[in-house]
Design a protein around this ligand. Structure first.
Ligand code: NOJ
Ligand code: NOJ
Length: 485
């Protein structure tokens, strides 16, 4: 059911007195706000349900509760790691009930044990890059796009994030859990050290992309590997594993160089894949956006506000707005797909691709987080790389090449307010197409707007949740700025 109504009308609410916003973000209507809150609560429940299936081994995360058309009843290492990361953000967000917190605490312990089993089982298969497992921990036995080396890197990120929370909580279980996560001894038998060692020694290997289709060298995978190694180097230090720490950082500097090769100045975009076996596939891909969202790191290249990333976002938006009928003449944000000319319709691979919920939520999350990052800068410098992005964002406001937009200017405030307001429109797009019970599939039919493909894809819910959490952080930042001054 297309149950969205007129949610996109936003009105400026003048906040009273001293909390008057310095940046003047445009507040959403009450209707939109409550639809985001309702969906947050629905997505939270669907997410936890997919992490705690009674018919799967404890600690497994199913990609979707769907046994046929399509069969997604498996534990994918990538989907699971991204889900765990989102759940850890939720765990710290303050909106979980006590019961949900307890459920997640138990899940995390089971998840460590389940991953020990996966690491052990993968050695009869592809090794750590084995992408997909049955829910009893056995390797998926049929041909598949193997290996996918983003998996171990994302899992390391998620388990390090978990360990950092555990340390802060400093509970009685910490001493018994720590050795499962990291031990400096060699040969290693701890989860994170295994993933880091694999990543540090194999990031140069060609492998399959996150969409499981293309063999090559991928921006998404390298970004995930770089962040895992940065987090891992810090963790290794804590365990006095100095040699490992230095080795990981050495790989990071080489990965930095490799990442720069993905920038294509003549097309003004970051390519998704190099050295590909599918040279005909478009190199414009939402995977680049996802890479930045999941694997941006402090002080690293390819931050959210990196001109090259802004330029790629703009290309994606322009391309998807033309590709899908549901994007015509709409005040809702553009529904994003994976990449132009995708042929996977959620059931068959030789069909016509559609917009994806997780890519559309990524567009929202990207703009919220970019607004946050820009609010920490003193100015925005317009250049030939970012010009089209800002020109389209600023609409009738005049933007010129080489212009410097200073923090105190009304244009700077307008830009921040537009980033936030447009991000809201992307979330409103998802609200408009979701099912009435809050379930979200993998895709949105490009012509009819109905949900399509794997029902209640765990990753769709995870991406909605992280977008809303990013929204809240940006809202707090933009609203309270004046008070802090
Ligand atoms: C083909 C799709 O393009 C790919 O992304 C997917 O993982 C597999 N089919 C399995 O669903
Ligand atoms: C297809 C997607 O392309 C891939 O990224 C994902 O891991 C699987 N479906 C499972 O959700």
């Amino acid at each position: 059911m297309l149950n969205g109504t007129c949610l996109f009308i936003r009105s400026k609410v003048i906040l009273s007195g001293f909390i008057f916003s310095f940046f003047m973000i445009t507040e959403t209507t009450q209707a939109a706000q409550s639809s985001f809150d309702d969906q947050f609560s629905n997505s939270k429940q669907f997410l936890i349900s997919n992490m705690t299936r009674p018919d799967a081994m404890a600690g497994a995360v199913i990609a979707a509760p769907s046994l046929r058309a399509p069969d997604y009843y498996y534990h994918w290492v990538r989907d699971a790691a991204l889900t765990v990361k989102a759940s850890l953000d939720l765990y710290q967000d303050g909106r979980l009930t006590e019961q949900e917190r307890l459920t997640l605490q138990k899940f995390y312990l089971d998840h460590l044990k389940f991953n020990q089993l996966l690491q052990k089982n993968s050695f009869v298969g592809e090794g750590p890059g084995e992408p997909k497992f049955l829910v009893n921990g056995k390797i998926y036995p049929l041909p598949w796009g193997r290996p996918q080396n983003d998996g171990p890197a994302l899992r390391a990120q998620s388990l390090i994030q978990y360990y950092q929370i555990l340390k802060r909580e400093n509970g009685t279980a910490l001493p018994s859990i720590t050795p499962l996560i990291y031990q400096p001894e060699w040969p290693n038998n701890s989860l994170v050290k295994s993933d880091l060692e694999f990543t540090a020694h194999h990031w140069q290997d060609l492998n399959f992309d996150l969409w499981e289709e293309v063999y090559g060298y991928h921006f998404f995978t390298l970004m995930a590997q770089r962040k895992a190694l940065i987090m891992g180097a810090q963790l290794a230090q804590e365990f006095q594993d100095v040699g490992a720490s230095n080795y990981y950082l050495q790989q990071v500097s080489e990965i930095n160089f490799a990442l720069d090769q993905f920038w294509n100045p003549s097309e003004n975009l970051i390519a998704a894949t190099l050295k590909t076996t599918h040279p005909t596939k478009s190199n414009l891909d939402s995977a680049v956006l996802l890479a930045v969202l999941h694997s941006a790191c402090d002080g690293c290249s390819f931050s959210l506000t990196d001109d090259r990333v802004l330029a790629t976002f703009q290309k994606l938006q322009e391309s998807f707005s033309r590709s899908y009928a549901i994007n015509a003449n709409s005040k809702l944000g553009t529904a994003f797909g994976r990449y132009p000319n995708d042929t996977y319709d959620g059931y068959k691979t030789n069909s016509e691709g559609n917009p994806w919920v997780l890519a559309t939520a990524a567009a929202a999350e990207y703009l919220y987080r970019a607004a946050h990052e820009f609010s920490e800068k003193n100015s925005i410098q317009i250049n030939s790389t970012n010009f089209t992005f800002f020109q389209s964002l600023a609409r009738s406001q005049k933007i010129v090449l080489n212009q410097t937009i200073l923090k105190d200017s009304s244009l700077f405030k307008f830009i921040l307010s537009e980033l936030y307001g447009q991000a809201d429109q992307y979330l409103e797009r998802i609200i408009f197409h979701k099912n009435s019970d809050g379930s979200l599939s993998e895709q949105i039919n490009r012509d009819s707007g109905y949900m399509q493909g794997a029902p209640n894809l765990t990753w769709s819910h995870a991406s909605f949740l992280t977008a809303v959490m990013a929204r809240d952080r940006t809202h707090a930042r933009l609203k309270t700025k004046k008070v802090q001054q």
